[in-house]
Design a protein around this ligand. Structure first.
Ligand code: PHE
Length: 462
């Protein structure tokens, strides 16, 4: 990021600003596109029965995710501070309670927990770079791919090592500031990732399972949809768009005045959703062509993609490149997960960025071992949603993010005055502003509450 240059802006960020609107779009896209699209989307679609779930997910993205992304950006840019201080400052300016800052604090906590398991999964991706490069996928069948995955996850030392490496990579970038390198990386990375996924798509189309895969993804069977899965779909919408925990808000704090929030949010939402659907179109045909189960859990992409790479021309190169790109995509998301905490520690506790990054990263790294052990030593420790990892994932994605999102949307819709939000969003046309405000004040909050009530059985939507 270039040094602060927001001449004439009401407030300036301590951390400088993105050099352009494109830089901001790239940074937010980098945060949004990650394991959520390629790893988590197919795996939870598989676990939740396909088409009907996908439909609910898409509805959540449009009706809740898009307006909420605009709200997060506007709150960040208006406050020009980390999410905790931005929300408490803006609340006080509106004559409301400074305790709104607690929403930001919950986001910081959610980011810690999410990154603790996110880093472990990203570590698997790093491990698969080497597995692919060493030709371990070549000609492999489902059984061999299964034992490769088992062999990796059953060793806590191995996945602990890759998790450690990934955390070190993340802390290194964050310590130096959200900067040029990130912008440039995303500019190459996202198109390259899409490129390899398109090659995979060709493979999927010719795999013999394409029709079944498409049907699974797009033919809604509402008998497969439980109240619990509606909440999971909502949680996935938040997770994949990096919403509900302040990541986008923190990035918004570095956005120059005068860049359009609406079109930025739309661009990111479309790109993110398209990549998730593309991942689904690649994975499920492979699942059906090989007679695998759709509900494989978190191992799904690691059990399917190597089959594709192992049995296509150029698979060694494409496979290695794919997992390199996936690791990069996870990296740019990890930076978003830790940024609210780091910005808060710098602005509030007056630490340097390096000190903040290292201490936050250290805590997250340690926490990550709970997930590392969930796949081996502590695999039998099951409660609530399943293993310790499953519970961390459930707690953050299905409870903390939707709850954080609910509060942020209420904040933007009811606490902030129309004067402030209209001015900050500067949408072309009053009609669009009215639509945003209606979605923000009514549709998004009521939908989140309804989904929560439905999930605990107090309301019957499904
Ligand atoms: N959106 C990221 C992904 O899909 C994960 C993420 C969540 C990043 C929250 C930042 C904040 O992989």
């Amino acid at each position: 990021m270039s040094p602060a240059s927001g001449i004439g802006s009401p407030r300036q960020s301590l951390h400088g600003q993105w050099s352009s609107r494109l830089a901001f779009i790239l940074a937010v896209t980098g945060s949004a596109v990650g394991l959520g699209n390629v790893w988590r989307f197919p795996y939870i679609v598989g676990d939740n029965g396909g088409g009907a779930f996908v439909l609910v997910y898409l509805a959540c993205v449009l009706a809740i995710g898009l307006p909420l992304m605009m709200s997060e950006i506007l709150v960040g840019r208006r406050g020009r501070r980390n999410p905790v201080m931005a929300m408490s400052l803006l609340a006080q300016e509106e004559g409301s309670s400074r305790h709104w800052g607690l929403v930001g604090l919950m986001g910081v906590l959610a980011g810690f927990i999410i990154l603790s398991f996110y880093s472990v999964i990203a570590g698997w991706s790093v491990a698969y770079v080497f597995a692919s490069g060493a030709g371990r996928f070549s000609g492999a069948d489902a059984a061999q791919v299964g034992s490769l995955f088992e062999g990796l996850t059953s060793s806590w030392a191995t996945i602990g090592f890759w998790h450690t490496l990934f955390m070190v990579m993340t802390v290194m970038v964050v310590a130096r500031g959200v900067e040029k390198g990130l912008e440039r990386a995303v500019r190459i990375l996202v198109p390259a990732l899409v490129g390899i996924m398109l090659i995979l798509l060709i493979y999927a189309i010719t795999s013999g399972g394409f029709g079944d895969g498409v049907r699974f993804l797009f033919q809604p069977d509402f008998s497969q949809l439980s109240g619990a899965s509606v909440l999971v779909a909502l949680g996935q919408a938040f997770f994949t768009l990096s919403l509900g925990m302040g990541a986008i808000m923190a990035y918004g704090a570095y956005l120059p005045e005068g860049t359009s929030i609406g079109s930025t949010a739309i661009t990111v939402v479309i790109a993110d959703t398209a990549i998730a659907i593309l991942a689904g179109l690649v994975i499920f045909p492979i699942v059906f062509a090989n007679g695998l189960e759709t509900a494989q859990g978190p191992g799904l992409i690691f059990l399917t993609l190597p089959l594709a790479f192992g049995n296509m021309t150029g698979g060694l190169v494409f496979g290695t490149l794919f997992f390199i790109l996936l690791t990069f995509a996870a990296w740019t998301s990890a930076i978003g997960l830790i940024e609210p905490a780091v910005a808060w520690m710098v602005e509030r506790l007056k630490l340097t960025r390096a000190q903040a990054a290292v201490s936050a990263g250290g805590v997250i790294w340690l926490l990550g071992f709970a997930t590392v052990f969930s796949f081996n030593l502590l695999a039998d420790v099951q409660f609530g949603a399943g293993t310790i990892f499953d519970n961390a994932d459930y707690l953050t994605n299905n409870l903390m993010l939707p709850l954080g999102g609910l509060f942020i949307t209420l904040f933007a819709g009811w606490v902030l005055s129309a004067r402030v939000t209209r001015d900050e969003l500067a949408l072309a046309g009053e009609g669009r502003y009215r639509l945003w405000r209606f979605l923000t004040r009514w549709v998004a909050p009521l939908a989140v509450v309804a989904v929560f009530l439905n999930a605990i059985g107090l309301l019957r939507l499904t």
